[in-house]
Design a protein around this ligand. Sequence first.
Ligand code: KG4
Ligand code: ZN
Length: 401
Amino acid sequence: MTSKKLTILSIETSCDESALSIMKASGTLEKPQVTLLSNDVASQIELHREYGGVFPMMAKREHAKNLTPLLIQTLTEAKFLKKLKKEIHIDEKLKSKLLASIQKDAELFKNLFELLPTIKKPNIDLIAVTTGPGLEPALWVGINFAKMLSLYWDIPVVPVNHMEGHVVSSMMLPKKDTPFGKQKIKIPTFPLLSLLVSGGHTELVLAKKFGKYQVIGSTRDDAAGEAFDKVARMLNLPYPGGPEISKIAKNSKGNPAVVFPRPMMHSNDFEFSFSGLKTSVLYFIRDLTTKLTPSLKADIAKEFQDSVIQVLVHKTLKASKKYAIKTLLVGGGVAANHQLRKDLTDTFKKELPLVEVCFPRPDLSTDNSIMIGLAGFLHIAQGKKPIKNPLNMKAKVNLQL
Ligand code: KG4
Ligand code: ZN
């Protein structure tokens, strides 16, 4: 248990957001205190939008390009950037050790090592970095970045599971005006259930205490966010599809001629499947004898969204009853969906009014590094030792909770 104040630099590059932030964290697992000093995100959405989705090698290149300017930005914001009067000469031995450890990221190395010898070591005690799950080339950039900073500045590293970041993201309560400064953190009452709905995952996770997770159900094929993205493409809507579908769905008054299935809604488990639903939408559009007008698009978007949300709400409620949970934490990009928020809130108010339902605030719904820093700190507060020499740290594409 720690009550020592730690200044944490957090790094997230598992998909299409390069994100860095700096926070001061102290207190215990039961009562953590966090002050956010800086938060910077370089989104690749515009680039991936041109191609209709995320290509891992393109994401990797962008992360490598973005991270050093982001570091300058985030250190400046936290008032940690101090230029040196005289450039430091990097020891050749250290340089070759660093290069050997990150062979695949020569560009990142070049960018970062133009900066590091010109600045003073900032007051950072710990680096938190996402090591998985995610796109392998993208994960490696963040990991290599963490390794280089760790070796160069002699700062230990705590590896973080991206999905655990999404689990804890709703513990940080909304803030008025600015996300910076002292954060209000609400540690949930256990047992808790987490509904994780992102571009790569759809999972129901049970936790009896922090750090001990049991995945009780997940998708057998497409993730919920992935289905939103694919259906959006069928409707000629830009990437990422989730927000676009939810926007046009609002224009629908409901159309009885547009009906899609509720896949696995009544199956006797907590599994999901969204690939068949996606195919239903595809066939419906293919077999149309009329034009795909904006109003028909809105009806398709609404019925598709209703289907995903009804299945998610139904299974989440069923699991919550079965495991007598006290808190529901929703996380991942799809948690930004207003209809999902409303339907989950209304359903739980009616059926399980004693369960507290928590959603992440908008800046913590989609990928960010603040949730990575928080999850990393909670592990340290629980007694986990950070890695002093992270040279062997690896990307774990399919890391499980
Ligand atoms: O968690 P996230 O930012 O990245 C991953 O780890 O995958 O989630 C991104 C996903 C995308 O599929 C995106 O379409 C979806 O979240 N999303 C939404 C909404 N906003 C983002 N899906 C439905 N409704 C939204 N408002
Ligand atoms: Zn995510």
